[in-house]
Design a protein around this ligand. Structure first.
Ligand SMILES: Cc1cc2nc3c(=O)[nH]c(=O)nc-3n(C[C@H](O)[C@H](O)[C@H](O)COP(=O)(O)OP(=O)(O)OC[C@H]3O[C@@H](n4cnc5c(N)ncnc54)[C@H](O)[C@@H]3O)c2cc1C
Length: 401
């Protein structure tokens, strides 16, 4: 094993990793810059996998995040199909599945998450939707004409349901919660969203967890926690994620369901940083470490970390959390974070019409806003949340809009 490089190594060539590379160059770093990814064709628009790419009748490839020409012009060396297998913090090496030992002055961990596996009683993992290969399998479900049961009614499950309905597939969504997504958007918006699914012919099996799944000659038997059994021809699971930290176990980098960092993205090991879905970052506002699994956050935080390294800074990344979902041609935007016990107040439009702004808060504290069809209000509510404005201010802003 020979040592190569000794510049900056980024593990993961997706939203966070590629943005960190951009931030490094933008911040003036001119040395060697290597981005590794275990996927053969990494760096594509992941959110579109469960939206337009699955809904489309053609089999278009996911849009690349960077072109080869751009990477070459920026002097970014992308090693596709090279997985990091270990991190040596004493000798400052990343070791790959090809046996390379890549030296680093700084390393950015941006290896993201994988879909949490659901395994049948016989040990077979159920299909999930996280990457390019999963899309190919999901497309087969869309076209083989068999009914599909989706285990999990979160963002991925509901987006996949909507995309499969556009192919005319019979779809059932199972979820342990009576109102999936209510924790994030409140009861009224969650009910409206479920109503959209019902109106589009989705069958909903809510309020009972899936206990186990068994393979049968016809497909699957899904055993529910209340003892009922549902037969399913095809299934796809969307029940959360697991951080891709396996390659860091034993390295000395602090892990706690993700890579633990300070607000600026630094881990406990000097020179080791983490960005994106995998980063369990100190959140000064909430006073605890937490992960965000949002595309925009991964891009912004990755870039910030690149700038921090290039400029020798430790600036916090403290943007307002933002996530969106697209279902049946509607885009729901969520800013900030709704908290348990929050009151949900409609401040503009009508939820029933799918054209609204709902704010979420407790007492006079504004925590979050959920918008649909009112894109121009996004900027206003983002500003209010960034300024830690009160609920009173949010109501005033809506009244004067
Ligand atoms: C189907 C789907 C739809 C989504 N829709 C939305 C949405 O509408 N809005 C939104 O805000 N967010 C959405 N998300 C979430 C969003 O995609 C993630 O927040 C974002 O991709 C995180 O970027 P990341 O760079 O941190 O990690 P990832 O995108 O997970 O990338 C991590 C990369 O690291 C690589 N890797 C892992 N382990 C190793 C290793 N050991 N060595 C080398 N490489 C490794 C992986 O191959 C991968 O390319 C969606 C996610 C999915 C799966």
């Amino acid at each position: 094993m020979s040592r190569v490089n000794d510049g900056i190594v980024i593990v993961g060539a997706s939203a966070a990793g590629l943005s960190a590379a951009d931030g490094l160059r933008e911040g003036g770093y001119t040395g060697p810059l290597t981005v590794l990814d275990e996927e053969a064709e990494p760096g594509y628009d992941r959110p579109m996998l469960s939206k337009s790419l699955l809904a489309a009748k053609d089999h278009a490839a996911p849009a690349p995040l960077r072109t080869g020409e751009y990477l070459a012009a920026q002097g970014i060396s992308l090693l596709a199909g090279h997985g990091a297998m270990g991190l040596d913090i004493d000798r400052r090496l990343v070791v790959t599945n090809w046996g390379e030992a890549i030296g680093w002055q700084h390393v950015v961990v941006a290896s993201g998450v994988t879909a949490r596996p659901v395994v049948t009683a016989g040990g077979t993992p159920l299909p999930t939707l996280r990457n390019r290969a999963d899309l190919a399998a999901a497309r087969r479900l869309a076209t083989d004409g068999r009914p599909v049961t989706l285990i999990g009614g979160g963002f991925i499950g509901l987006e996949v349901a909507a995309a499969l309905r556009s192919h005319g597939v019979e779809v059932t969504v199972l979820d342990a919660n009576e109102r999936p997504l209510a924790r994030l958007v409140g009861d009224e918006v969650a009910d409206w969203l479920l109503g959209l699914h019902r109106a589009n012919g989705v069958l909903l099996g809510l309020g009972t967890a899936t206990a186990s799944v068994e393979e049968t000659p016809q497909g699957y038997a899904v055993h529910l926690a209340d003892g009922r059994v549902r037969q399913a021809a095809s299934v796809l699971a969307g029940v959360g994620t697991e951080p891709s930290t396996g390659w860091l176990i034993g390295s000395g980098v602090a892990l706690d369901h993700g890579v633990v960092t300070d607000a600026a993205g630094r881990t406990n090991v000097p020179g080791v940083w983490a960005a994106g879905d995998i980063a369990c970052r100190w959140d000064p506002f909430h006073g605890r470490h937490r992960r965000f699994e949002h595309w925009t956050h991964a891009i912004e935080q990755g870039r910030r970390i690149g700038l921090n390294i290039a400029r020798g800074e430790a600036v916090d990344h403290d943007a307002v959390p933002y996530v969106w979902t697209e279902q049946y041609g509607r885009t729901l935007h969520m800013l900030g974070e709704r908290r348990p016990g929050d009151t949900d107040i409609l401040v503009e439009g009508s939820v029933a019409d799918g054209d609204f702004v709902v704010v979420h808060g407790t007492g006079d504290a504004l925590h979050a806003a959920t918008l649909c069809g009112r894109v121009r209000a996004l900027r206003t509510f983002k500003k209010l949340l960034r300024a830690r404005a009160s609920l009173h201010d949010a109501l005033g802003a809506a009244a004067s809009a």
